[in-house]
Design a protein around this ligand. Sequence first.
Ligand SMILES: *Cc1c(COP(=O)(O)O)cnc(C)c1O
Length: 379
Amino acid sequence: MKFGTRLIHNGHESDAETGALGVPVYQTSTFLRRDMSRGPDSQEYDYSRGGNPTRKALEDIIAGLENGARGFAFGSGMGAISSVFGILSTGGHIIASEDIYGGSVFVLENFYRRWGLEVSMVDACPDQIQKAIRPNTKAVYLETPSNPLLKITDLASCIAIAREAGLLTIVDNTFMTPCLQRPLDLGADIVVHSATKFLGGHSDVVLGLAVTRTAELGKQLYAVQNSFGAIPGPWDEWLVIRGIKTLKVRLEAAQNTAMILANWLAAHPRVTDVYYPGLPNHPGKAIHDSQASGPGAMLSFKTQTEEQALAFYQKVRLAAAAPSLGGVETIASRPVTMSHVAMPAPQRERLGVSGTLIRIAFGLEDPEDLIEDFEQALG
Ligand SMILES: *Cc1c(COP(=O)(O)O)cnc(C)c1O
């Protein structure tokens, strides 16, 4: 089956007990123990931190879509990411791209480093990763396209280096979703998601997901999920199960709008740069096209002056000036005061995250209306 069909015929299209065309919300914390002479392993569900049928449905669905062995749901994307780092040991070393989500940097630098995990942040290209490998290196952590400048990492080449050295590769696939990019198919070991974004898709839920390529890694991550307990509630799980059904139509529509607006912005006299892997002059386009089936619905651009950028947020009417992405509404965020506010200014400058940078996550408005609105907001 093709991807759109798999979103609907996901193994949970009807409830075995009642025939309901939807996954029931099991709003329960605990389950009857059927045989008191035996332990919790004697039945599938025992206590909802360890497992719940609504969560199980969502976990199976995302595992299926990413072509992995086992899926896991968490209370947020950061819950997923922090829990995945939890399978690495004290005394180990992780190599992470310097262009990853700010929260992932923060949890590595401020918590895992303190707990004895060595961390190297590098420019995520194969030779820099190769150079950063130490005898105690355990994992490589990547995100592509990156936030907010949509830089592209060559997944296959980086994964090959990691594999050669016996390291795990973990990929944050939030921007692309399995609709456009499937890192496990390229050899990655674990994929993580903020399902708050495109998978949930409606800006109404915070949730995280992870998928492991093997059952063995699944066992390790399950131990962390059950012990750290950063799990979501059944209503939020249900919202994401519902959101995922429309992922393809939403993402393709938003991507189509992003492409139209990227070309329009590139021709605008007040716009100096447009960062979008769908544009022919994007330096990572060839690699992106080799590992993903579309450029996605996120772009960033720079105005000539900071005043023009600030005026854009003031004047724009059809884009919400807010953090986050992946909803039905277009969102305009400002990396220097939002996602990258915690990053030291010199590093921000070096990476090109300036006060003139505007990040847009396209929603489902008609592109003609967005053009008219952006025209007056830039004018
Ligand atoms: C939002 C986001 C996260 C964090 O997810 P939360 O659900 O907000 O905890 C991680 N990675 C990326 C790429 C994100 O956009």
